[in-house]
Design a binder for this molecule. Structure first.
Ligand SMILES: [Zn+2]
Ligand SMILES: [Zn+2]
Ligand SMILES: [Zn+2]
Length: 177
């Protein structure tokens, strides 16, 4: 990610054109550094080790608000000088997803950085089918509905995956009317 150091409250400009960004316009440099700092703080607090490769994978996932597959990540890791051994990348992804710093998008078999790693939560995602942009929603009512339905039949829910597929605001704008 090339950072843009212009001070501005201006809307983002054509430098971003064509890039798959998250759904909302925002200061992404800030968004990346905040997320890395939050991860570091939580690892320090909880006695977790954010090793260089784990941190690098997190940074790569944070570069764009878009899901990244394991193979794409491997390539990026290699470019960053971390070698190209799949187990290293998979272990880093396991660590990040296990501790809630990243989530797996089942539909894409890919990973995204968590948007609010400080909170314990089950994520719900909106996935753009045109550009793979991913936005993470906060708690949504569907989850408690599932839990209620499950409880009624004596089913114990261990994990709920909520993924909505559709078209993100950027792609809606670009689509011919
Ligand atoms: Zn961002
Ligand atoms: Zn999350
Ligand atoms: Zn899109």
């Amino acid at each position: 990610m090339i950072t843009n150091s212009m001070t501005s409250n201006q809307p983002s400009q054509s430098a971003d054109a064509g890039k798959p960004l998250g759904f909302a316009k925002h200061d992404h440099t800030q968004c990346v550094s905040t997320a890395v700092a939050a991860a570091e703080a939580r690892c320090a607090r909880d006695g977790l080790r954010l090793t260089p490769v784990r941190k690098k994978v997190l940074e790569l996932l944070l570069q764009e608000h878009r899901a990244l597959g394991a193979y794409a990540l491997l390539d990026l890791l290699k470019d960053a000088g971390f070698g190209s051994q799949p187990p290293v990348a998979y272990r880093a992804l396991d660590f990040l997803t296990e501790h809630g710093f990243a989530h797996k998008i089942e539909r894409l078999n890919a990973f995204v950085a968590c948007s609010h790693p400080d909170e314990h939560h089950s994520p719900a995602f909106m996935v753009c089918r045109l550009c793979d942009a991913v936005a993470e929603a906060h708690a949504i009512p569907a989850k408690s509905m599932i839990n209620d339905a499950a409880k009624a039949v004596g089913f114990k829910v261990e994990r709920t995956v909520v993924e909505a597929e559709g078209i993100c605001p950027d792609c809606v704008d670009k689509a011919p009317a």
